[in-house]
Design a protein. Structure first.
Length: 255
């Protein structure tokens, strides 16, 4: 939290050369000199998700999706009732994609504030709840609690993404922010069904474990609810990549 910020930091991103963050209930931009510029309210809540397209910054905050347009400094909430409760947001192929925990919802190409319920999708290989949604390498991933499914953009009149056979992973993430992009794929904290939580790197159809027995013992001291609030991030400095796992009372680092 900056000394002159409007509240606790809830996440941020660099978009078009500008650092945008959510602090308290406010979306702000931060100048190189550390000046905080208020851009409007995105409501209260916990950690936010932020992604961007060519002309919009999307913020999933407190169950609602917001768009910020730097051209005209316009901030607006998506009010279409068909979008449901927004847990997470991704962008791929011109679509903003969100999940409410059950469905995968895409916005309209010509109007990102509109949602057509006929274009809902779902992860069908396992009835576990969807915790997060993300894209990498032109593929969409639905992170369930006990499984991960991959999709490719095939277009069409209805849900534009098609499941990629053979890419399913039989482990999932424990919370919406318990993953991050790292090493050209995703690192995540989670487990398979009826397994204890651990840390994994995702690969097509598999996921090698990178947490040690010592780390697994530490993870076992927390409840499922506590671990569901974990935030993971990847930091790269001078070519040195580290995955950071922010637990309730400590931070674990994978070097």
């Amino acid at each position: 939290q900056l000394a002159n910020g409007p509240g606790v930091d809830r996440g941020g991103t660099n978009w078009d050369g500008v650092c945008y963050r959510v602090m308290g209930s406010r979306l702000v931009s931060v100048t190189e000199a550390g000046e905080v510029v208020d851009r409007g309210s995105v409501g209260a809540g916990g950690q936010v998700s932020m992604v961007y397209s060519f002309d919009r910054l999307a913020i999933a905050s407190g169950g609602t999706l917001y768009y910020y347009e730097s051209n005209g400094a316009k901030l607006q909430a998506v009010t279409d009732v068909d979008i449901g409760t927004v847990l997470d947001v991704a962008w791929l192929g011109g679509y903003f994609i969100v999940t409410d925990g059950t469905s995968i919802v895409v916005t309209e190409l010509n109007d990102p504030t509109a949602v057509n319920p006929l274009k809902y999708g779902s992860a069908e290989s396992d009835p576990d709840p969807i915790k997060a949604i993300a894209s990498i390498n032109d593929e969409l991933y639905a992170f369930g609690r006990y499984s991960i499914e991959a999709f490719r953009n095939v277009g069409g009149d209805f849900f534009p993404f098609q499941r990629i056979d053979g890419a399913r992973v039989s482990k999932g993430i424990i919370g919406t922010h318990a993953y991050c992009a790292a090493a050209g794929t995703f690192a995540f904290l989670g487990s398979g069904r009826n397994e204890a939580p651990g840390c994994y790197l995702m690969a097509p159809g598999s996921c090698p474990k990178f947490s040690t027995r010592e780390v697994d013992q530490i993870l076992k001291t927390y409840t499922e609810k506590e671990l569901s609030a974990v935030v993971m991030e990847c930091r790269v400095d001078d070519g040195h990549e580290r995955v950071m796992i922010h637990l309730p009372d400590r931070c674990l680092v994978y070097d």
